[in-house]
Design a protein around this ligand. Structure first.
Ligand code: GRF
Length: 200
């Protein structure tokens, strides 16, 4: 059984989608959940189902030092892949290079549109009619790595940031377990920026 670390800073609904899929649609076990915030609901979600939950305190540490502690926890738990789920930090090479091609992130827009914070607000303010969710491989940039899966989501006339975010979140929860399963199953081949997905 493949093993996955999930890094999350907040609510953890994507973590929950991965926990719910683990052992079913996702042939993997969530081996550890790591957060940079002690109050993150993600830690409580992990603890509730008996998954090791680890708070990794970033205060007073350089980014590289913090990332190297996270890498150590991941190695101790012998993880095959890392899933970022609402993790609010950009990774340094210290972590990215330790797990090459094995770190995924989920983002609430159709990248490369609207990277960074508040992607749903950016989409509304720009006036796009279609936005969506993206799962991509993580590099050291901000939401820049090769794209694995995307799902389009319509923007409705009456949408607010809250209603649009909710519709996008449902798409995130659908594509994240699928993308992670593809990666762990060796079905993702990367050729420069493009990924080729076996069996999709
Ligand atoms: C999601 O919208 C995700 O795409 C973004 O941050 C949010 C995290 O939500 N990176 P949750 O903590 O998984 O509920």
């Amino acid at each position: 059984m493949k093993r996955v670390a999930v890094l999350a800073s907040g609510r953890g609904s994507n973590l929950q989608a991965l926990l719910d899929a683990a052992g079913r649609q996702l042939p993997a076990e969530i081996a550890v959940v790591i957060s940079d915030r002690p109050q993150a609901m993600a830690l409580a979600r992990a603890a509730r189902v008996g998954v090791p939950a680890s708070f990794c305190d970033p205060r007073g540490l350089r980014r590289e030092e913090h990332d190297s502690r996270i890498a150590k926890i991941c190695e101790e738990h012998r993880v095959d892949a890392i899933a970022l789920a609402g993790y609010m930090r950009i990774l340094s090479p210290v972590l990215v290079d330790r797990f090459p091609g094995r770190i995924l992130n989920v983002h609430p827009s159709l990248l490369p549109s609207f990277p960074g914070l508040e992607a749903q607000r950016q989409a509304l303010e720009h006036g796009v009619k279609v936005t969506g969710a993206t799962v991509h491989l993580v590099d050291v940039g901000l939401d820049t790595g090769p794209i694995v899966l995307q799902e389009a989501v319509p923007v409705h006339e009456a949408d607010t940031v809250a209603t649009l975010s909710e519709r996008i979140l449902a798409a995130e929860h659908r594509i994240y377990p699928r993308a992670l399963a593809l990666l762990l199953g060796g079905a993702v081949r990367i050729e420069s920026r493009r990924t080729h997905l076996a069996g999709e």
